[in-house]
Design a protein around this ligand. Structure first.
Ligand code: LLP
Length: 426
């Protein structure tokens, strides 16, 4: 066997003898066995990504809460639960998922702008650590719900909108004044005073989350200073804060992006926290993408090659219902052949799915050497792909496989038409 060539930025994906492998498993064989489109994840990549955060917080009182919206498949959650990770959830459904995966509820925090009373009750009964509250109205409702359960108080942290530009796509920037998230900086002290007066609540901390796919440290440093200014003001008003939660948002390398490593970023942030006297507080982070994004690829088969008047199309069996990021955010995912085919002509294609919309594209102007029946791997597909998949065009959702060394486990079977029709009636 020839020496493996690791794809740049993808240490657990390598080409051996011309064929793409995730850890020890060749993708062709997995596609043969489980069909396409197929998501394949490297367990080791996830553990290494988690380890970077764990290193960053070594010796600190820190809780890493994986934001499961990035990829909420049970098999993925299980990897993080077994590694002792906490979880950040945004719905009652996500709570049920983390509990099913074996999470310790005392390491679960609940974010989101629109929690229902039923979700609040479910989370209180489960005994989660903290609610990240996003408005004054939500505080009052949570207080009422908590007081229905005698002897229980809901731990709360209030999400502050630090008005920092994370310099990312507008749909995934969340910490600017015009966003629906968090409470305004200048209302924070009054809201904390109010929260502290409510009998059903116990104020635990403060949180912020400024956006996603952030590739620089500067926006984090800026948000940190603003949050610490507020912590000083809130504590001066007589409300002590036990923990500081800086959200998620750290980006990954999709196409030569150079985000800081989690441990390097936290070295910088901890230096500022120490300098301002907050380094000994309990720290919480909510990373999603940076724990799973580059663990995953989506394997898809070329159905047709269609030369066009202006463009050539490579029509594959994955579509925007499987990989919604290009259609939604004009996101770039690298697309590489599973088996290299040196003999075919190199042609520039738009790689598109079978869905009846011009927005159904996966990559534009990609030079590929392919033939019908070849398989392609769409890279960086571990985060916000399967989790955002839909049944549009009555397409069943893809299957998912978790690879660990030379071992592959089907963690989600392909969705059948019966699965889709189960909830429907005439
Ligand atoms: N915490 C909160 C409160 C969040 O809203 C999010 C993501 C995270 C943590 C995790 O952020 P991450 O570490 O994954 O950046 N679908 C979009 C991304 C949406 C992010 C939503 N919130 C995409 O595919 O780019």
């Amino acid at each position: 066997m020839s020496k493996p060539h690791h794809l740049p930025g993808h240490p657990h994906i390598a080409r051996r003898d011309g064929e793409l492998h995730v850890e020890g498993r060749p993708l062709s064989a997995l596609a043969q066995e489980f069909g396409t489109p197929l998501f394949v994840y490297s367990r080791q990549w996830m553990l290494d990504a988690l380890a970077a955060y764990q290193r960053g917080f070594e010796g600190r009182d820190a809780m890493i809460c994986y934001a499961i919206k990035a990829n909420s498949s049970l098999g993925v959650l299980r990897v993080f639960a077994e590694a002792g990770c906490g979880f950040d959830i945004v719905s009652g459904g996500e709570l049920s998922r983390v509990l099913a995966a074996g999470a310790d509820p005392s390491r679960v925090i609940f974010s989101g702008v629109g929690k229902t009373r039923a979700e609040m009750r479910q989370a209180l009964e489960a005994g989660i650590a903290c609610f990240n509250v996003e408005s004054e109205a939500e505080l009052d409702v949570l207080d009422e719900v908590a007081r229905e359960q005698p002897g229980r108080r809901a731990g709360v942290s209030i999400r502050i909108n630090p008005n920092v530009d994370p310099k990312t796509h507008p749909y995934i920037s969340t910490g600017l004044k015009g966003n629906k998230f968090g409470v305004a900086h200048d209302r924070a002290v009054a809201i904390y005073r109010h929260a502290a007066s409510l009998a059903g609540l116990q104020v635990l901390g403060i949180d912020c989350h400024i956006g996603s796919q952030i590739t620089e440290s500067a926006p984090y440093l800026e948000a940190l200073e603003r949050v610490l200014d507020l912590v000083e003001a809130i504590e001066a008003a007589g409300v002590p804060l036990h923990h500081l939660d800086f959200g998620g948002g750290l980006g990954i390398d999709y196409n030569g992006d150079t985000p800081p490593a989690a441990d390097a970023l936290w070295k910088q942030l901890l230096a500022r926290l120490d300098a301002r006297g907050f380094g000994g507080r309990r720290l919480i982070v909510e990373p999603g993408r940076s724990l799973v994004g580059n663990a995953g690829v989506c394997v898809t088969e070329v159905l047709y090659l269609k030369p066009g008047e202006e463009k050539n199309f490579c029509i594959v069996d994955a579509a925007m219902n499987d990989l919604p990021r290009p259609a939604m955010y004009q996101a770039f995912h690298q697309i590489v052949p599973v088996v290299e085919r040196a003999a075919a002509a190199a042609v520039s294609y738009d790689v598109v799915g079978p869905i009846c919309e011009s927005g159904d594209w996966i990559g534009r102007d990609r030079t590929l050497q392919v033939a019908t029946g070849d398989r392609l791997a769409v890279l960086s597909a571990g985060a916000y792909c399967m989790a955002m998949a839909s049944n549009y065009n009555t397409r069943g959702r893809a299957a998912e496989v978790l690879v660990s060394g030379s071992h592959a486990t089907l963690i989600r079977r392909r969705e059948t038409l019966d699965d889709q029709l189960l909830a429907e009636r005439f």
